[in-house]
Every structure is written in C-alpha cells, then in structure tokens.
Design a protein around this ligand. Structure first.
Ligand code: HSE
Length: 429
C-alpha cells in the first residue's frame, strides 16, 4: 500500500476541479514517479450545495470552514486556487505557519507579496510552489529555475495574457469588435473575474514581475513596471501595422542592460517573421534570449482548467518527491541579485508613432525638425488620407533611446496643429 499524501484544496472552480480530475486520471503514473498516492481529501468552498456533485464525483469532503483544512494534521499540502489577495494571503500564511506546504496559482498575490510568503515558507521549512501562476500550462518557471540555471538570460519577451491575445486575434482576423471579443474571452473562461486586469495589462505585469524574479533574480515592484494595456488601441493602428509587416501584440518585456533591467507591458509591433507574431488566440509564449542557449521560445495554453491544473499537479509531484527525499523547505527560485533599474537613456528600441497632421505644405518639415532636434531618425514613413483637411502620418523610427522618444512625443504634443494618437515599441526581428 502506497503512502497517502492528503491535499486540502481552497477553491473548487474551473482550475480547482481540474486538480482531482488529473490526479485520478494519472494516478498510476504519479504513484510510480513519487511513490505516493496524492489525493484531494477536503475542499474549502463558498457554498456546499453548488459544489456537492463535484465533491461526490471526486470523493472530496466539502467544507465552508477553513479550520477544517488548516487544523487537520493529516493534510500536508494546501492548494490555493481562490485567486485575489484576501483571504488567500491569510489562509496561505496560516497554512505555512502550521507547517503545511503550499501550491498556488495566484499571480496577483505572488507579484505583490511573494517575498513575504517565500520568507514565511523558509522560516517554517515548507515548500511553496507556483508554476501555474505564469503562462498556465507552460512549465516556464521550472524551466528558468532549473534548465536555464547555467545560462545568463538577457531578454524575456512574453505573451502572457491569454484574454488580450485572444481579443487581438479575434479583432484582427475575424473583425470582431473590442466588446464582442472581450465577451467571448469571458465566456470561454480566460478572463479574470474583473477583466480590467486583463485589458489594462495588470495581469501581464504581475506575471512579468514573477518572471523577472526567476530570470534575473530581481524583485521588481509593480510600481516599477511601465504598464499600458490594449484599451486605447485603434483598429487603424492594427491595420497599418499589418501593412508595414507587423502584428500588434500585448508584450511583457524584461530586458537586461549591463547589470540592470527594465520591465514593461504594452502593445508592441512584432515583425511577422518573429516567432511571437504567430502566437494567436488564448495561447501564451515566452521568448528568451540568453548567452548560452541563444534564442528559445516556450509556447502553450496560458489559461484553462486542464493546462493550469496540470501545472498545479506538477508542483504537487515536486513536493511529494521532496517529502520522500526529505528535501522540503528549499525555495522554488533561489536566484537573488540586487534589483537595479535601467535609466531611460539606456533603454533602446525602434518606435511606432501615429499622428494626425493638417494636410498641407510644410508639415513633414516641422515633424522632421522635431525628430532631428531629438536625435531621432526615420526608418519608415507613411501618409494616409484621413479627411479633406487632415492626414494620418505613421512613423517608424530607427533605434533610439526611450528618453529621446519622450522628447519627440513632448514636442509633438506641444505643436498645436499635431495630434499624437499612439506610440508603441517595435521589436527587432
Ligand atoms: N486572465 C488570465 C489570462 C488567466 O487571460 O491569461 C490566466 O492567468
């Protein structure tokens, strides 16, 4: 008879119900790999009646009292899948203080309070794993922590929010409106309960904070991430970008320059030849540049019950092995480096600008002067008719610093006849 490892599950929603399903479906393999039977014993739910059928199907005891799980000495691992900060933070902290190992998919919590929870886990010699918090089914955190441990990562580019990637694909390829695309993403279960975090780039920023900890060992605060979502994106920009050979994607970027990093989330122009350009719908991908491996990309589903639950179960398997080998209490990510942020004059990129200008003589000259004074040069320029009086001008600059681009944007905004509609980074091929 194999040793039984009992799990207390907090939350029996979309991902929560996937966990016992996978544990049962792959029981024999998990038993061989860990030498244990991992079973969900109890689940903490908001309302028993609505979850009773699931409880019966998976033989899980349901409870609305958190103490039933936290005070049960037979439960050695708590899996938190409720989301949001509270009460998840309190329950996880209490579980760790009681010596229980914890698995969570809660990116909001890890990005905002990860340091505190990791310290608590260390103090109590417990494991704390959270593979499912970034890019759902893609085993990206474990890959960076283990497989790329010998490498020096210089750049991480991620499509890490399935909702916005789904929306952009549907808007561009199927001419759906922003509202229609968002509604579909919600119906398909990709979006957060409040999709503001998805469309405004906050969810992606949480994931980039966690990725930066793993890739660069640095603890970036959310206030240090420049975040812009897809709300202000116009279909005209998307169409023009396509004509110029780019796809617009919501990209999370964490780039190292010397010893410092710059982390941001914003819509960016991705050359059609770049591997990230082909990532569509709810799929996620993380593209990594490193000195040893070179370029590598990790692609897969970023949300959904089964992929996310599979990552959760992989964490459970890791803990089961640690228990067996008596090696619990080590950090998921033990790489630490002083947090240093790159100055704006050392952040370089090509940029896309779209602006409305009066359709009359001398306007390009004015624009060229602004660019020239800021030491920014044109790579591509396109003029489109807007109405009889106005022209829409699209500029792609040669590589320049963020500081120079800001000077150009400020000068354009000060020019009363010009209206700067949008600026976006342009990734290299
Ligand atoms: N709302 C998230 C997304 C779910 O769309 O990617 C997975 O974290």
């Amino acid at each position: 008879m194999e040793e039984k490892l009992k799990i207390g599950l907090l939350g029996l929603g979309v991902v929560g119900s996937g966990v016992p399903e996978i544990l049962i479906a792959h029981q024999e393999k998990i038993r061989q790999v860990t030498g244990m039977d991992i079973v969900v014993d109890k689940a903490f739910v908001r309302e028993i009646e609505t979850k009773q059928a699931l409880g019966d199907a998976f033989n899980i005891q349901l409870t609305t009292s958190i103490e039933d799980i936290l005070d049960d000495p037979e439960i050695s691992i708590v899996v938190e899948l409720m989301g949001a900060i509270e009460p998840a933070k309190t329950y996880i902290s209490q579980a760790l203080e009681k010596g229980k190992h914890v698995v969570t998919a809660n990116k909001d919590l890890l990005a905002l309070h990860g340091g505190e929870l990791v310290a608590l886990a260390q103090k109590n010699k417990c494991d704390l794993y959270y593979e499912a918090s970034v890019a759902g089914g893609i085993p990206i955190l474990r890959t960076i922590a283990n497989s790329l441990a010998a490498d020096d990562i210089t750049n991480v580019l991620g499509i890490v929010n399935g909702t916005t990637n789904y929306m952009l694909t549907q808007m561009v390829s199927h001419s759906k409106s922003y509202e229609e695309a968002l509604r579909e993403a919600q119906e398909l279960g990709f979006a957060e309960s409040d999709p503001t975090n998805d469309v405004d780039g906050i969810d992606a920023a949480y994931k980039m904070v966690i990725l930066s900890q793993f890739a660069f060992g640095m603890n970036i605060g959310m206030e240090q991430v420049a975040v812009k979502g897809i709300r202000g994106l116009s279909l005209e920009d998307v169409a023009t970008a396509k004509q110029l050979g780019y796809e617009i994607k919501l990209i999370g970027a964490a780039k190292k320059a010397g010893n410092s990093i710059h982390v941001e989330v914003s819509p960016m122009l991705v050359p059609v030849k770049h591997p990230l350009a082909s990532v569509s719908n709810e799929f996620n991908a993380v593209f990594i540049e490193s000195s040893g491996v070179g370029e590598s990309m990790y692609y897969g589903p970023g949300a959904g019950a089964k992929p996310t639950a599979t990552s959760v179960v992989s964490d459970l398997i890791t803990i089961a092995k640690n228990i067996r080998l008596k090696t619990t209490g080590h950090m998921f990510n033990s790489y630490r480096h002083e947090t240093l942020l790159t100055e704006d004059n050392e952040i370089f990129s090509k940029y896309y600008l779209s602006l409305e200008v009066p359709d009359e003589r001398g306007q390009f000259l004015k624009l060229a002067e602004i660019m020239n004074q800021a030491d920014v040069s044109f790579d591509q320029v396109v003029q489109q008719k807007s109405d009889g009086k106005t022209a829409r001008v699209i500029v792609i600059t040669h590589t320049t610093s963020k500081k120079n681009l800001e000077t150009v944007s400020k000068k354009i905004n000060e020019t009363t006849s010009f209206s700067l509609e949008n600026t976006m980074k342009v990734l290299g091929e």
